[in-house]
Design a protein around this ligand. Structure first.
Ligand code: EPZ
Length: 420
């Protein structure tokens, strides 16, 4: 395993291009299971997670060619409907093959995803939704077995105790597009990645309306055909790069980024004092003056994204004053707190709240990545800390940030890898 060494203290300046969205490409690749026709997906980021999904499609009998960010998925020799434990356990998001397998083959056997470090990650809403469409569900040996001689459209409420669910909305949408009749999903997730999936499904011949709002309506159709689609830019990568500009007191032009997907993040960074110039598909973030502390509460979209919580916390550790971060989506998503404190931050955890007392500076230290966004927060802290920061278990970062070291080095960062 590698560790990433970052030499702190360099102001990042220049321009960088954001890759395709991890959380959009995963369900869209799964949606290709809904047809035997060829689908061409462009803007596919070269990530551990997207490569895992391509492996899962191959294991389900698809022929898969992926080159230079373009994936061509077509019918293969067989048509499997079992997504096995080995692959699903490496990436819980692969649970989103359940909906398309059920939609297409009227049966599916998918390994239950494990929890992960940020929370229990239940799937009760996924199962509630596909049961509402008429599927019979049983749990055997850690697998969900779903059978439905025919799927029938239904009016359902899909909100959970923590609000809407992104992948449950995706799974139900993908099962409902080939169901007979009309499906209405109330308390649907509104994330841009859900909208991107619905747009792709509509290109395949589905009839989906209301995506991007809490009420999605789907008229079932008999058949879906192949389609070509370009994945939206990764708003979380863009947000992470915005914070890299500010934490290093630099100035970065971020291309292939939609400010329209980053409303809450832009609002909070401007409240802190950042200078942000926006256009339709790029933004420029410049450090102008000392930032002010801010309070954040994570919420479903369009609220402040939980996937930006750890990165924002890093910025607040070196912003004088007290910032309070409240995590309402995954109340335990604070594995980065102890690691940031090892670098000289002063953060107190109180249940779903983290109280960040800004300090003058951080000092480089050996730290350990625990999950994707926590590892991003440690990279950000390393960029501003005095001395070297050595981040171990860097494979977490590789799950969701394509060529991040090259991108940072192009902006002036000094990084290198070492064997652990
Ligand atoms: C998606 O996960 C993202 N992953 C996550 O990004 C992101 O943090 C999350 O949405 C919230 O925005 C992908 O899109 C691949 P949820 P998902 O269902 O869909 C609870 C990253 O770093 N819940 O929207 O699995 C759940 O426990 C990853 O890129 C239920 O209670 O998340 C959480 O508290 C991490 N029952 C809340 O809902 C369910 O059946 C939101 O989770 C499902 C979820």
């Amino acid at each position: 395993m590698d560790k990433l060494i970052i030499e702190g203290g360099v102001k990042l300046k220049g321009e960088v291009t954001v890759s395709g969205a991890k959380n959009s490409v995963l369900p869209i690749l799964a949606a290709t299971l809904l047809t035997d026709d060829a689908c061409v997906i462009k803007g596919v980021p070269d990530l551990r997670d997207s490569n895992t999904m391509l492996k899962i499609l191959r294991s389900l009998g698809k022929s898969v060619e992926a080159e230079g960010g373009v994936a061509t998925i077509a019918a293969g020799k067989n048509k499997g409907f079992v997504a096995d434990y080995k692959l699903v356990s490496t990436m819980r998001a692969s649970f989103c093959v359940l909906g398309p397998l059920l939609g297409r083959f009227k049966k599916a056997k998918v390994s239950l995803p494990g929890g992960c470090i940020i929370g229990v990650r239940p799937v009760d809403l996924h199962l509630k939704g596909i049961k509402a469409l008429g599927a019979a569900i049983s749990i055997e040996g850690g697998y969900v077995l779903a059978k439905a001689p025919r799927l029938k459209g239904s009016h359902m409420y899909l909100g959970g105790v923590y609000g809407s669910s992104v992948l449950a909305t995706d799974n139900v949408m993908m099962a409902a597009v080939l169901a007979s009749g009309r499906t209405v999903i109330e308390s649907a997730a509104c994330e841009p990645e859900v909208v991107d999936l619905a747009e792709f499904l509509n290109k395949m011949g589905a009839k989906i309306k209301g995506h991007g709002t809490p009420i999605i309506e789907i008229e079932g159709v008999k058949h879906l055909h192949g389609a070509t689609h370009t994945i939206i830019p990764d708003r979380i990568e863009a947000g992470t790069l915005m914070i890299a500009a500010l934490i290093t007191r630099g100035d970065i032009l971020i291309k292939n980024a939609f400010p329209a997907h980053l409303g809450a993040v832009i609002d909070k960074l401007q409240e802190a004092g950042a200078s942000i110039v926006k256009a339709e598909n790029w933004l420029r973030v410049t450090y102008k003056k000392r930032l002010k502390p801010i309070n954040i509460t994570t919420l479903p979209y369009p609220g402040f994204p939980t996937d930006m919580q750890a990165q924002m916390m890093s910025l607040m550790t070196v912003t004088t004053g007290i910032s309070v971060i409240t995590e309402k989506i995954y109340p335990d998503r604070f594995m980065h707190v102890a690691e940031l404190n090892r670098m000289g931050a002063y953060i107190q955890r109180e249940g779903p709240h983290a109280i960040v007392n800004g300090v003058k500076s951080l000092s480089g230290a050996p730290v350990m990545a625990s999950d994707l966004r926590a590892s991003a927060s440690l990279v950000l802290a390393g960029l501003v800390a005095h001395g070297d920061t050595a981040i171990s278990r860097i494979y977490h970062l590789e799950r969701g940030y394509e060529n991040i070291e090259e991108k940072l080095e192009k902006l002036g960062a000094r990084t290198r890898r070492e064997k652990e």
